[in-house]
Design a protein around this ligand. Structure first.
Ligand code: SF4
Ligand code: FES
Length: 286
């Protein structure tokens, strides 16, 4: 069974129209695409962490199919401000798929229907004109909602502060080839380093586990020669910080990897478990 099953079920309506594929990535645009689109948006509104929150329905008009999803929300907010209404709060920064700030659940799928795509890189041509779209924030206890669609991801920062670094005194910048790194090791580390810390993995996990995020960060550093001296301390500290923040354990659902926009694979979690078991055993023996 494919890991994306639960999400594919949610996006099957797109595929039935003949313009999706097995991974939810549209292979052609809808035939009835117009130059200007409009949408009915059911957006989660919550005035603050203590507010119960509720869905509010908005109409977004005059949207270019080439707008990104965030540009569509910008247009909606301009229309709301013109009417004297409060705009919708949402997170963003680079809008290039590299910072990990955008964090929306679209029609039940973190980062939306296109696989390996952040919300900021998702375009409105992948939706149907006049489609109703549901937009929610990440939902997990350790990353609480601050306002509307904005969540507090400082728990991720705490995990990184616990061990997501190499604390060597390097002096001036070393010559690039001073530490030879075999190609296969460099590629494994680079694949893990692609994690942008967006938190979609946590939002997708039924157990709100941050294992894919932590595993990617640990794999990145523990794979490289520069990361070896602090390998054990790093994995113990980062797992401890993850547990203290209240994230759940990995329950092997695989939803995290299915929604990850950077294609972080589940095998990093296997490596995390191996590194953790080894570090724990050494600590007990010492
Ligand atoms: S593992 Fe993927 S989904 Fe999770 S934080 Fe990193 S990039 Fe985002
Ligand atoms: S806004 Fe930076 S990844 Fe989306």
């Amino acid at each position: 069974m494919n890991l994306k099953n639960s999400y594919l079920a949610k996006i099957s309506s797109f595929s039935k129209g003949g313009w999706g594929n097995a991974f939810g990535r549209p292979k052609a645009f809808p035939q009835n695409l117009t130059t200007i689109m409009e949408f009915e948006l059911k957006i989660w509104k919550q005035s603050g962490p203590e507010d119960e929150g509720r869905f509010v329905t908005y109409g977004a008009k005059g949207i270019s199919p080439d707008s990104s999803f965030l540009e569509m929300l910008d247009t909606l907010n301009e229309q709301l401000v013109e009417k004297g209404e409060e705009p919708v709060a949402f997170d963003h920064d680079c809008r290039e798929g590299i910072c990990g700030m955008c964090s929306l659940v679209i029609d039940g799928v973190p980062h939306g229907i296109s696989s390996q795509t952040t919300v900021c890189q998702l375009h409105m041509r992948h939706f149907k004109d006049k489609q109703t779209i549901t937009i929610e924030p990440w939902r997990a206890k350790p990353i609480p909602i601050i306002k509307d669609l904005v969540v507090d991801r400082s728990a991720f920062e705490k995990i990184m502060q616990a061990g997501g670094f190499i604390s060597v005194s390097t002096g001036c910048a070393p010559e690039a080839h001073a530490i030879p790194v075999p190609k296969d090791i460099a590629e494994k580390a680079m694949d893990a380093a692609a994690c942008i810390g967006c938190g979609a993995c946590v939002a997708a996990c039924p157990n709100a586990s941050a294992m894919l995020f932590v595993a990617a960060k640990v794999a990145h550093l523990n794979t490289l020669p520069q990361g070896q001296p602090e390998k054990d301390r790093r994995v113990l500290a980062m797992i401890k910080a993850m547990d203290e923040a209240g994230f759940g354990n990995c329950s092997n659902h695989g939803e995290c990897a299915a929604v990850c926009p950077k294609h972080i694979k589940l095998d990093v979690i296997a490596k995390l478990n191996r590194d953790y078991a080894l570090a724990l055993a050494k600590k007990i023996i010492e």
